[in-house]
Design a protein around this ligand. Structure first.
Ligand SMILES: [Zn+2]
Length: 452
């Protein structure tokens, strides 16, 4: 098993707080991913030395003034073609914001029995803004709503978009192929989760990108910039509030780019005047299960273990106490090829760099055991292996092979986990349904937390 295949097996579980009964925010994973990209891609900066670093820009738009208005905490998604909102809607669902998607433009949709319906407005493409702004009565009502409640708007380009020509003093242009570019995040007034990045770093772009230009004399902030043909171009711009336009944040590329996902969260916070926000404190756990499991040729070797330790050490600089949480199945140790058997010995030697949980002795599904007695014995065999090798156990946590028995609930699994391991929290990926993944939730069973 290579490091990359291990990384693909990452699963995240939510906060260990038993009362925090929500699905772990995808943003956690995204933060994880972001750090991963930064750590790994910033190493290759040397090839960008030919591009002069762009001077850091100062803030131009006002800092957020938090609203005390009682607006409904919805995000309004606007698009003529509903499918254009799919990716943005998935993201909004994943981070657990409520939303209303509108594709028929009637000003009554802005209110629910005279009560203001939303705190943030997103146009799902440039084309949508161009076209919806021609629906005069609706657009005027929307502008008036935004002005009255000080709500800004967000416009996000999609992959097959047209130029944005409906925002005063703003022009856009498109570059089909970008490949790798140097990337900067300036200290914009909308940043909250995202951090300004003073040093430019390298990012890969698999698709094109709109660049945005704002006329001189119009207050705005260049939020992100990237190098195209050795020139710095603006990828995300924040146009401060103008006389006739609410403040507008324009994304030249969709939420496929991870940085844009973080900036979208920040933009929702900023344009809703703080009504829509997520806590800044996040809990992160990354599991790697199936240690000692797998056919020869698919398992880890010494270099993989070293890579995991190196990764852990880097993350610890940013996230105190971070460790991979590894699930082991002791029965299959030393069943790989020569390289992998050396890897098995090595990870035991380096055991203290990881936190360990029992992942069943031979990776059998818990539902194959009908009664407590046989299942508890089977779990005990794995625990004996762990004790014999003095593995530092993760307290109160385990994952079942294939998640089997977590939901639908298999009572012997819960019983034996409690008896043998003292497990109080687990994870699953199948509650209430496997798909759509954006709608998964945790649940409580007999005082247990199950997170997804
Ligand atoms: Zn497994």
């Amino acid at each position: 098993m290579t490091m990359s295949s291990i990384l693909r097996k990452f699963r995240r579980v939510a906060s260990l707080r038993r009362t925090l009964f929500i699905l772990i925010s995808i943003s956690v994973l995204l933060v994880v991913h972001f750090h991963y990209k930064l750590f790994n891609e910033s190493n290759s900066l040397s090839q960008y030395k030919s591009v002069q670093p762009y001077a850091q820009l100062s803030r131009q738009c006002p800092s957020i003034i938090k609203s005390s208005e009682k607006l409904k905490r919805n995000v309004l998604l606007l698009s003529i073609d509903r499918s254009r909102c799919d990716k943005i809607r998935n993201f909004i669902e994943t981070v657990k914001y409520e939303f209303i998607q509108v594709s028929k433009f009637d000003e009554n949709s802005l209110f629910d029995h005279d009560f203001p319906q939303f705190a943030s407005v997103i146009f799902c493409s440039f084309q949508d803004h161009n076209e919806i702004s021609t629906y005069q009565s609706f657009y005027a009502a929307l502008q008036s709503y935004q002005s009255k409640h000080s709500i800004g708007k967000i416009i996000i380009a999609n992959q097959t978009d047209e130029r944005l020509y409906s925002i005063p003093h703003v022009t856009t242009s498109y570059t089909e192929e970008i490949g790798e570019a140097s990337f900067l995040i300036h200290d914009s007034s909308l940043l909250r989760i995202t951090k300004a990045h003073k040093e430019h770093f390298a990012l890969s772009f698999h698709k094109g990108n709109f660049q945005i230009d704002v006329e001189d004399g119009v207050s705005h902030e260049k939020v992100t910039q990237l190098t195209i043909s050795d020139q710095w171009r603006t990828g995300v711009v924040h146009v401060c509030q103008q006389k006739t336009e609410p403040e507008t944040i324009i994304f030249g590329m969709g939420t496929e780019l991870f940085v844009n996902q973080m900036l979208l969260l920040d933009s929702i916070y900023y344009t809703s005047k703080g009504i829509l926000q997520k806590p800044l404190e996040k809990n992160i756990q990354i599991d790697i299960d199936d240690i000692f499991v797998g056919d020869p040729g698919t398992r880890i070797g010494v270099s993989d273990v070293d890579a995991m330790i190196e990764f852990t050490d880097k993350w610890k600089e940013q996230i105190p106490g971070f460790n991979f949480v590894v699930g082991f199945s002791g029965k299959f140790i030393n069943r790989g090829n020569e390289t992998e058997d050396a890897g098995d010995s090595y990870i035991l030697e380096k055991k203290d760099h990881f936190r360990w949980f029992g992942h069943m002795f031979s990776h059998m599904k818990a539902i194959m055991f009908e009664d407590d007695e046989s299942l508890c014995k089977y779990m005990s065999d794995n625990k004996k292996f762990g004790v014999k090798n003095q593995l530092p156990f993760e307290t109160g946590y385990a994952v079942a092979p294939h998640h089997a028995g977590v939901y639908p609930v298999h009572e012997p699994l819960y019983h034996c986990w409690r008896e043998v391991w003292g497990v109080k929290i687990t994870s699953t990926e199948e509650y209430p349904h496997l798909y759509p993944a954006t709608k998964r939730r945790g649940f409580l069973h007999q005082g247990w937390d199950s997170h997804i």
